[in-house]
Ligand binder design. Structure first.
Ligand SMILES: *[C@@H]1O[C@H](CO)[C@@H](O)[C@H](O)[C@H]1NC(C)=O
Ligand SMILES: *[C@@H]1O[C@H](CO)[C@@H](O)[C@H](O)[C@H]1NC(C)=O
Ligand SMILES: *[C@@H]1O[C@H](CO)[C@@H](O)[C@H](O)[C@H]1NC(C)=O
Ligand SMILES: *[C@@H]1O[C@H](CO)[C@@H](O)[C@H](O)[C@H]1NC(C)=O
Length: 485
């Protein structure tokens, strides 16, 4: 497989005084031209012909010669012109806007074709070109854009470091925590906490709060620590009406996370789990993707959890009096060493001279027995040994709410003000010093509310790169065609 590139040749000449108006497409002598789509259509615009391309088209090729003229209609929908080449010569003219009347619509010229097509290349221009020969005029004027710049900073593969919202709580913030998010912008408009563990009246306040929120707003609701003890029916029902299936059964210290659009219960996502105490961590986690009114995606996510803080005990000697065959009862360890808990997460054992032993934890008749095995041997009479235990020191509540506005995208920080780069523009990033198009990558600009003047958001999660080059003035798009050999 080989990659081939369209060759683009420009000669930009000053406009000759001929134009009656400064906007070339307003010339009354132009005839609207909509050739449709026909890859066999060899277009020859010559003497006496002045055409105004008014819609997208596909042709074999375009020759503009002998005083022929082609103008692209402006202030209309996007026009895509597909052709193998455009050749302008001998008094022929092609105009896309003018210096005093820059083109404002979107024009894409796609030069198509494959190397193995039976089409003879032009002896001078080759294949896939916009070629201006002697006596030809090509005028291309678009919005003034920054044409190229450098990256000022190592790329950031999106994520919360580059804008967005992060909220985290633990002890001291007990109850139901509500965030109200504006679906148009992805920003938090309000948040509140309701201590439905301790205070009876909080249920009613929660119901009133929820009722006052406009339909269409995004709600992220989750439990931190404990939110069920003083929860009354009115609150359980209000949440059920919003789309929750689990809030009715919310129990003591249950982690619970919920995201919905107010008034659209079917949009809800929810997670719920029971409290595990010291036996294990427990997490209820949800996320939902939204699109803001500027087209930008944002990812709202929420976790409600009990986190275990764990650590190893020191090395503890085997209890003296204990005499069970091939193992030790955890109870005996606990009696001798109070720092050992009921449900160690992990256990390690070594002999006094440091040799590692494999441990296995057996549950027999409600008793926990730790069996010690030498690798590859049966359980048997034990050497003097010591053990340590990976124990849960404590559990703590944790709630997080995040709004990530960099979904599948990367923020580029540039050395120049790049506000002239607009959504849907494509930029080409060249990472090597010799500006080789063969190592260039093309990216699309995405909407970005949080971007500063020297920042743009592009689609995709990028690796490091060092240099950005943007297409010149008007958005003439040269697609990189992958040629199958
Ligand atoms: C284009 O049209 C002009 C005038 O009709 C003619 O002289 C010329 O040969 C044509 N060129 C091609 C390549 O068909
Ligand atoms: C949204 O955020 C969650 C939690 O951070 C993550 O697991 C998920 O992959 C994200 N989704 C998208 C589409 O970025
Ligand atoms: C993000 O990228 C993944 C994988 O490339 C894709 O499946 C998903 O649709 C993308 N999401 C958005 C919002 O573009
Ligand atoms: C790059 O960014 C830093 C601030 O982060 C700024 O001080 C510096 O002037 C910028 N450099 C260029 C070339 O824009």
């Amino acid at each position: 497989m080989e990659v081939s590139f369209a060759l683009l040749l420009f000669v930009l000449l000053p406009l000759h005084g001929a134009a009656s108006s400064s906007c070339p497409d307003l010339d009354p002598q132009l005839k609207p031209w909509s050739p449709g789509h026909d890859e066999d259509n060899l277009v020859n615009i010559s003497l006496g012909q002045a055409l105004l391309l008014s819609s997208s088209a596909t042709v074999h090729s375009i020759l503009i010669t002998n005083g022929g003229k082609l103008v692209i209609k402006d202030k209309t929908g996007p026009i895509v012109l597909r052709t193998r080449h455009i050749q302008i010569e001998n008094g022929g003219e092609m105009h896309v806007g003018s210096e005093r009347c820059p083109f404002q619509s979107h024009l894409t010229i796609i030069l198509y074709g494959r190397a193995d097509d039976a089409v003879q290349p032009d002896s001078y221009f080759g294949r896939k070109y916009i070629g201006v020969g002697s006596g030809g005029t090509l005028e291309v004027h678009g919005e003034k854009k920054l044409s190229w710049t450098f990256l000022n900073k190592t790329l950031n593969p999106g994520g919360l470091q580059e804008g967005g919202y992060y909220f985290e709580r633990s002890w001291g913030h007990r109850g139901i925590i509500v965030h109200v998010i504006d679906p148009k912008t992805g920003s938090v408009v309000h948040s509140d906490r309701f201590d439905t563990y301790k205070i009876k009246g909080e249920s009613l306040r929660l119901v009133r709060y929820l009722n006052a929120i406009d339909d269409g707003m995004i709600l992220s609701v989750a439990v931190n620590d404990e939110g069920s003890r003083s929860l009354d029916d009115s609150a359980r029902k209000a949440m059920t009406k919003l789309g929750s299936k689990h809030f009715l059964h919310l129990g003591f210290r249950h982690p619970w996370s919920f995201i919905t659009i107010k008034g659209t219960p079917s949009s809800s996502v929810e997670d719920h789990i029971e409290y595990q105490g010291y036996r294990g961590s427990a997490v209820a986690k949800v996320f939902k993707l939204f699109q803001a009114d500027n087209g930008e995606y944002f990812n709202v996510s929420s976790t409600s959890e009990w986190v275990q803080d764990v650590e190893w005990t020191g090395w503890l000697e085997k209890p003296e009096k204990a005499k069970s065959k091939g193992g030790e009862r955890l109870l005996d360890f606990k009696a001798a060493h109070p720092e050992v808990c009921d449900h160690p997460v992990d256990i390690q054992a070594v002999t006094l001279d440091g040799a590692k032993l494999t441990t296995e934890v057996l549950y027999k008749g409600g008793r926990v027995i730790i069996g010690f095995l030498r690798p590859g041997t049966e359980r048997h009479e034990l050497p003097k040994l010591q053990s340590r235990f990976y124990v849960v020191k404590n559990v703590r509540p944790k709630l997080t709410v995040t709004i990530d506005t960099n979904v599948n995208s990367t923020i580029l920080r540039l050395a120049d003000d790049a506000r002239s780069w607009k959504v849907r523009d494509r930029i080409v990033e060249v990472a090597n010093a010799d500006y080789s198009m063969y190592q260039a990558e093309e990216f699309q600009i995405l909407p970005c509310r949080a971007c500063r003047p020297n920042e743009v958001k592009v689609a995709g999660v990028l690796d490091q790169a060092t240099l950005i080059i943007c297409n010149v003035e008007i958005i003439i798009l040269v697609y990189l065609l992958k040629l199958l050999q």
